[in-house]
Design a protein around this ligand. Structure first.
Ligand code: NAD
Length: 447
């Protein structure tokens, strides 16, 4: 049993007979499991630049091509050549019969062109994909998802590989209705994961050192465990008061624990010294530590405001500035900042928290070009309703509302956020930077 009783009950045919719709049990990644549970239908509009490399990636992963009929585990359409409304009509002609064939838990992934400024019809068509895919996300059923990769005109075919793999896999189970831009990868060219040894697909973070703040519990502990599972060495950071839990997380992950209040004036210095001494470099920095101090704006006091800003935003700004000033971040550095859908949609009683999380998104966008100069990326992940100790303590009505107002009609798990961190943390994900990816099951809030 999970802590989502309604979803568990809804699996029972007798309960379904009472008119309770079945809430899907989502497929989650298991090491060694195939990328897809069935065949894939792959199409292209015109001269699809990415179709060949997607075919090669699927073949490498042992995925078969779908025939003319029958259920498919994924539909992938390279529509990056679409420029006109006629092209867009061809997209609809391909997708209409294709989505009918999508199996439970299936994946719809479309690659679209980036809007340019010169050709107005092409710009309109490029933006049209946004509405198309977000609507498809709301229509596909039984745990299926729909996402869009917008490819920059100069992005080489291999730039999308790690993203295609993520969005097709069970790792992206709670990522739905998202639009992610993929550009020319920053930094040195990367060997595609799994090309030499297909088993490496299970260890896409092999040899990488990852710092995770707020790692003692909740989402941070899941990030530490998931990145370690994928091959990373973990530096688990949390406040001294969480020392015991932190040591457990670090031991299980096989890394080191660093007791550190990230708001301390010397926090960035100590963090950098720790990784420099132990490992000589850091590849992935995950800013996950965060706090809430909810109060209506009309009653907000300076302590609540400042405490939230200090942990959620000021500390991230200081650590990122120190990383930029040092040479500890490797030339495939990946910074991942945990924001929140509250920072996108706003939330009653959370003006301080939402401001801090929206601030994280602003920081990510401003830092992306600076980090790109050093071959590094920075992205934000905005979780929606995630089943944690925090959400378990909510009053039943608020909790139920939070859980159900998304396309997958359930909350996500900490591991769903962690898997998304893992994708962005790969050396191979250098084409994705300055993006905000919501892990929210396509929540109606902030959509
Ligand atoms: P949590 O409270 O369970 O864990 C947060 C961790 O951060 C704790 O271990 C805490 O000790 C640590 N921490 C707090 N202040 C710190 C400091 N000054 N220095 C070092 N560590 C510190 O929270 P969670 O639910 O796991 O959330 C993790 C992140 O995800 C947060 O940034 C949160 O805002 C964000 N988030 C959570 C949800 C959700 O539904 N749980 C939704 C959206 C966003």
């Amino acid at each position: 049993m999970s802590n989502d009783t309604l979803r568990d009950l809804s699996q029972n045919p007798l309960v379904q007979k009472l008119g309770v719709p079945r809430i899907p049990v989502l497929r989650r990644h298991k090491p060694g499991a195939p990328l897809l549970a069935g065949p894939a239908l792959v199409g292209a509009i015109g001269a699809g630049r990415f179709a060949d490399s997607i075919h090669a990636l699927l073949e490498d992963a042992g995925v078969t091509d779908a025939g003319e009929e029958g259920k498919v585990a994924a539909v992938v359409l390279d529509a990056t050549a679409a420029r006109t409304l006629d092209d867009l009509a061809a997209v609809a002609r391909f997708l209409t019969p294709a989505v009918k064939r999508l199996a439970p838990g299936g994946r719809l992934l479309v690659l679209s062109p980036e809007a340019g400024a010169s050709d107005v019809e092409a710009a309109a068509v490029a933006q049209a994909f946004d509405g198309l895919i977000r609507s498809a996300g709301k229509e596909v059923r039984a745990g299926a998802t729909a996402n869009l990769l917008t490819a920059a005109p100069d992005a080489p075919p291999a730039a999308v590989d790690s993203s295609v793999r993520f969005f097709l896999s069970a790792r992206s189970t709670y990522v739905d209705g998202q639009v992610v831009r993929v550009g020319t990868p920053v930094g040195p060219a990367q060997d595609p994961v799994g090309m030499d040894d297909p088993h490496d697909v299970d260890h896409p973070l092999a040899g990488r050192v990852a710092v995770v703040t707020g790692a003692a519990r909740g989402i941070g502990a899941a990030i530490a465990a998931t990145l370690a599972r994928d091959g990373a060495t973990i530096v688990a950071v949390d406040i001294p008061a969480a020392g015991e839990a932190l040591a457990r997380v670090a031991n299980t992950a096989g890394g080191t624990a660093l007791q550190l209040d990230i708001t301390a004036p010397d926090a960035a210095e100590r963090l950098i010294a720790h990784v420099q001494e132990r490992y000589g470099k850091v590849d992935v920095v995950v800013h996950n530590a965060g706090i809430t101090r909810d109060k209506l704006l009309a009653n907000m006091d300076a302590d609540r405001w400042n405490a939230v800003m200090a942990v959620n935003l000021r500390a991230q700004l200081a650590i990122n500035a120190a990383l930029l000033d040092s040479d500890v971040l490797s030339d495939t550095g990946r910074v991942v900042c945990v924001a929140s859908t509250s920072g996108i949609a706003g939330n009653r009683g959370q003006s301080n928290y939402a401001a801090s999380k929206a601030g994280v998104i602003g920081m990510v966008r401003a830092l992306a070009p600076k980090l790109a100069e050093r071959g590094a990326t920075i992205n934000a992940i905005a979780p929606g309703f995630i089943e944690t100790e925090m959400t378990a303590k909510m009053p039943l009505g608020t909790r139920e509302a939070g859980r159900r107002i998304n396309s997958l009609r359930q909350g996500g798990l900490p591991v769903d956020v962690a898997e998304t961190v893992g994708w962005l943390g790969q050396a191979e994900s250098g084409g994705v930077t300055g993006q905000v990816v919501r892990v929210c099951g396509q929540s109606l809030l902030g959509a």
